[in-house]
Design a protein around this ligand. Structure first.
Ligand code: WQD
Length: 340
């Protein structure tokens, strides 16, 4: 059984990925300092899979503690690196915190890979590396535009650091995964996204409004040049996203890839507008959502969605869930965590 180290294992995408890894026969060790998550998640993972996962509560910025994890587990075959700060707005306020945490954490991890000869790395990148892309859908070769935030810049720079590392380490290999808009929850409603209050991403804002945590929500602009005037995004179900990590790990372990640093977009390849997302929620939940049309949110791109041809072809991955499944699972999770 291959052992994999997951950083950020109690976070939103990390925890869902651990479930998919366990279901596919991997042994998992987690590192998470719990700054933006809770170790209840480990109980949820155990409930769902029947497997108890060990979490090291350490900070990736602390190299000495990180080295010790690798000494404890000399048989780690791959690393999936989620742990990072991810709030776009906060990154504008605290750029140094973002650069220190996201880049130093990555550099320390690469140092451990070098020291302990761990060959395989999967890195959480983001479609925000594309900035305001000029062509749609975006492919992995679409050139980067200026990053819209320090958060996005840490992802651009993180990718570059890994590419430079891979150039001088032919025995190491990496996969860079560019996520579009992850949403939804595990179908058991035992784990899901637990956003720091208040949520700012669309799907948790919708479910929080419907459950009554907020009185109403605002659609940020309905006067864009799109089919209904609202912005378009590529929402990907977190369990489909999770499975892409398992497939990426299998891809690396098979060593069939052409280069030692591969990049994949992870989206469903279809754009959904904000108003369509709201309609999907109302349809699957039977709830009437209290929303109003408001002004545009500064920094929003009008439309972005993925070309997923390369990820499907190379990884043998296929996203199976649509916006309805996302809303259904997100709503079940919201009700479960609110006790309603
Ligand atoms: C989606 C759409 C909003 C809230 C961000 C990051 C990106 C990423 C995913 C990171 C937009 C609209 C939202 C609301 C609304 N990855 N909206 N009312 O901005 O596409 O991407 O999260 O971790 O890097 O930038 O996601 O969910 O905030 O917004 O109308 O109350 O919903 O304007 O069109 P976004 P989002």
């Amino acid at each position: 059984m291959s052992k994999v180290l997951v950083t950020g294992g109690t976070g939103y995408i990390g925890s869902h990925t651990i479930i998919d890894l366990i279901n596919n026969g991997f042994e998992v060790v987690s590192i998470d300092n719990l700054t933006n998550s809770n170790d209840d998640v480990l109980e949820g993972i155990e409930k769902i899979t029947g497997v108890k996962v060990t979490n090291y509560r350490i900070d990736l910025v602390d190299l000495a503690s990180l080295l010790q994890v690798f000494r404890d587990h000399p048989d780690i075959e791959g690393i999936i690196h989620f742990a990072a700060y991810k709030l776009v707005g906060e990154s504008v306020e605290k750029p140094l915190a973002y650069f220190r945490n996201n880049l130093l954490g990555l550099i320390n991890l690469l140092t451990c890979m070098e020291t302990f000869e761990v060959a395989n790395l999967i890195f959480s990148s983001s479609c925000s590396v594309y900035g305001n892309a000029e062509e749609l859908p975006v492919t992995e070769n679409t050139p980067f535009q200026e990053a819209e935030s320090p958060y996005a810049r840490t992802k651009q720079m993180g990718e570059q650091i890994i590419r430079d590392f891979a150039k001088v380490h032919p025995d190491h290999q990496a996969v860079l995964l560019r996520y579009f808009n992850p949403a939804g929850a595990h179908e058991s409603a035992i784990i899901g996204e637990a956003p720091s209050n208040p949520a700012s991403n669309l799907v948790p804002v919708i479910t929080e409004t419907a459950i009554g945590k907020r009185k109403s929500m605002t659609v940020f602009g309905a006067d864009y040049d799109t089919r209904d005037g609202s912005c378009i995004r590529d929402y990907i179900h977190v369990m489909d996203l999770a499975n892409a990590h398992t497939k990426s790990l299998q891809f690396l372990l098979q060593k069939k890839n052409a280069t030692n640093c591969e990049i994949f977009n992870l989206g469903i390849g279809e754009g959904v507008s904000v108003l369509e997302a709201i309609k999907a929620f109302e349809k699957v939940s039977g709830e009437k959502l209290n929303y109003e049309i408001g002004p545009r949110r500064p920094g929003d791109v009008v439309a972005i969605y993925a070309d997923k041809e390369r990820s499907e072809r190379e990884l043998g991955w296929k996203p199976e869930r649509d916006i309805d499944a996302i809303m259904e699972s997100a709503w079940a999770w919201e009700r479960a965590r609110s006790g309603k």
